[in-house]
Design a protein around this ligand. Structure first.
Ligand code: PLP
Length: 391
């Protein structure tokens, strides 16, 4: 029996993920691999959050939970968004989702019809093209350039926005994989393009607690943007709750009401005990988020100090998120070849820039997700390797 084009057309990651899977196989076979690949914390969810999850489950919150999200969690998310962005946000602006990824899919379902075009920026988080394609729309990447710090140029955005059928633009700040935190001016340019072309803006802000320099600006806070912006957030990165699958969409009340109907036909909500644990976690306030983010800030400083001793491998200037993007073009290798050879030569796994689209070719991304000493040792090895290879 034939499956739909929609589902068979979803790529499972592509060749550039080969290094990642090879590293996992090598590790499973007993090799000691330093994995600097995916955005998974090296600490687990805090015991207090787990205690609350357990308490809520034992208290009976194991049945179907309210579909748009339990009232307490919607209120807690609305408070966090109001506090962090200055935009008055109520529970009616919030839909709880099973993680940011489900939020990204639902947000695109809310604004794209089959055959239309959803724009996103290149380089991108690996799921973006598939997420847009899964709605039946076409994903169109808008390339950025290393020399611009991978920030989108308004001209390129405006040209893409003129594509017939373009209905939405997906951005991500703080950015995975580049670490860029979009400055207000860039966000204003993006807002102007969206307003001129009548686009929805889908703003992926799952790294909003990981800002090392400057400030995170949510584009929903810019003039006239509240009505055309859907913000995707998550407990995964801010609270080390990746496996709990809990996140949200914040947007106009009408959109959130329709998204609630979509949730009835897809996820049927998020487990109540998980939502109670998320409510508890948010009630701990910014201190907990800062504590979880702190090791990445520290390791970034360690990494930048090591990188500053040479100039063959250059860090892409970045201000946030748990990654560093390294420009390895001076080695003459593609990101893919560099990552492949590094894995064999030094047992260090990094993500080739090519796994995030075309714009980051000749780069590799390292995740700051191993302890400081191990990171420092791996980075020194990586630099030694980069010095050894021609040209
Ligand atoms: N958006 C970006 C940019 C990410 O890097 C990730 C995960 O790595 C997600 C969304 C999805 O996160 P989750 O579904 O765990 O909330």
């Amino acid at each position: 029996m034939e499956l739909s084009n929609r589902i068979t057309g979803l790529a499972g990651g592509g060749a550039a993920w080969g290094v990642f899977f090879r590293a996992r196989r090598m590790a499973a076979a007993g090799d000691e691999i330093t994995e600097l690949t995916i955005g998974e914390h090296d600490v687990r969810t805090a015991p207090g959050i787990l205690d609350e999850m357990h308490r809520a489950a034992r208290a009976g919150h194991t049945g179907y939970a309210d579909i748009p999200g339990v009232a307490e969690l919607r209120a807690a998310v609305a408070d966090r968004v109001t506090r962090m962005t200055g935009v008055a946000t109520t529970p009616a602006n919030v839909l709880i989702t099973p993680g940011g990824q489900a939020g990204l899919f639902a947000a695109h379902m809310a604004v794209l019809d089959p055959g239309q075009i959803g724009l996103h920026i290149d380089p991108y988080y690996a799921t973006y093209p598939g997420t847009i394609a899964a709605t039946g729309a076409t994903a169109l990447a808008v390339p950025t350039r290393p020399e611009d710090g991978f920030l989108p140029r308004p001209g390129a955005l405006a040209a893409a926005a003129e594509s017939p059928g373009a209905r939405s633009l997906l951005i991500n700040t703080p950015n995975n994989p580049t670490g860029a935190v979009y400055p207000r001016t860039t966000l204003e340019e993006i807002a102007a393009v969206c307003a001129d072309a009548g686009l929805w803006l889908i703003s992926d802000e799952v790294y909003d607690s990981q800002v090392w320099e400057g400030d995170h600006v949510s584009p929903r806070a810019l003039p006239a943007m509240e009505a055309r912006t859907l913000v995707v957030g998550s407990m995964s990165k801010s609270h080390a709750m990746t496996g709990s699958r809990v996140g949200w969409i914040v947007g106009p009340e009408t959109a959130i009401a329709h998204l609630g109907n979509l949730a009835i036909t897809t996820t049927y909500g998020v487990p109540g005990y998980i939502q109670d644990a998320a409510t508890y976690a948010l009630a701990q306030g910014p201190d907990l988020e800062e504590k979880i983010a702190a090791p990445f800030a520290r390791r970034r400083r360690v990494a930048l100090a090591i990188l500053s001793r040479q100039n063959r491998v250059r860090p892409v200037p970045s201000q946030g998120a748990m990654y560093l993007m390294l420009d390895i073009r001076a080695t003459g290798l593609s990101g893919l070849a560099f990552a492949d050879r590094l894995l064999d030569a030094r047992r260090i796994a990094v993500m080739p820039g090519e796994s995030f689209g075309r714009a980051a070719a000749g780069h590799v991304r390292i995740a700051l997700t191993v302890d400081d000493d191990r990171l420092a040792a791996a980075l020194s090895q990586l630099l030694e390797f980069a010095q050894e290879i021609a040209p």
